[in-house]
Design a protein. Structure first.
Length: 245
């Protein structure tokens, strides 16, 4: 439960920032969710719905990554202690079973190293296998990040496009009426700018989640590297592998 606290906190801060940004009008009067909904409708369904789709899909990818990374974030210290105890007793097969039954990329690369050690391979071959498996595991951890980045880029671009089209419509209306009165221009410009505002809001929310996910991946990768080094040292110390091929 505590692992989900950080992403929920990020979501809460982002939503709070969004509400605060729209919490006061020009007269200083506060408004809430209903006013936000009205602004969303005023922005026009064509571009505002596209921005909303980007936000929903981006959040779906973010939630999937966060859940996956929290499952993958194994208690490395405890895992290393269990493996070290098994190796100290000379039970290489037990160490393999421990890593095999533990979920996460760290346990996966440790299992690969122990499996090669049980086959009598040298430390150099084991290190190469661990590095190769680590690259594969890192690719799996980063799965879906490209889509989150895409939605972060597309959301404000759709907002800007809606703003440009809205400004064109406003000038068309001016040309049709033949008058540049504030009443004619203000409405069109307001509607145009709303698409940009909501596009930026969607991008900001997704960017916060993206940064959290990247930092989470960096932490897991550091644990993978540290555990692989410790594993090789333990195998050498307990004479489970040979130095030369």
């Amino acid at each position: 439960m505590r692992k989900l606290f950080a992403p929920l906190l990020i979501l809460g801060i982002s939503m709070l920032s969004t509400v605060t940004a729209f919490a006061q009008d020009d007269a200083g009067q506060t408004f809430g969710h209903q006013q936000l909904k009205e602004y969303f409708i005023q922005g026009g369904w064509s571009f505002m719905s596209l921005v909303l789709v980007c936000l929903i899909l981006g959040l779906a990818f973010c939630i999937e990554r966060i859940i996956t990374l929290n499952i993958a974030d194994t208690n490395t210290d405890k895992l290393l202690d269990r493996v070290n105890t098994a190796l100290a007793d000379g039970d290489l097969e037990s160490a393999k079973e421990i890593t095999k039954s533990t979920p996460g990329p760290t346990a996966s690369i440790m299992y690969d190293g122990l499996k090669r050690a049980s086959n009598g391979e040298s430390v150099e071959n084991i290190e190469k296998a661990i590095v190769s498996n680590g690259a594969v595991q890192m690719g799996l951890l980063e799965k879906g990040l490209v889509w989150i980045s895409l939605f972060i880029a597309i959301a404000p671009m759709l907002g800007f496009m809606g703003t440009v089209i809205g400004m064109i419509k406003a000038f068309d209306k001016i040309a049709e009426v033949g008058d540049i009165s504030p009443a004619i221009v203000a409405g069109g410009i307001k509607v145009a700018l709303l698409t940009t505002v909501f596009g930026l809001i969607a991008a900001i929310i997704l960017q916060l989640f993206y940064n959290y996910i990247v930092s989470k991946i960096d932490g897991i990768v550091n644990k993978m590297e540290s555990s692989s080094i410790n594993l090789v040292d333990m195998l050498v110390d307990h004479k489970s592998i040979r130095r030369n091929s």
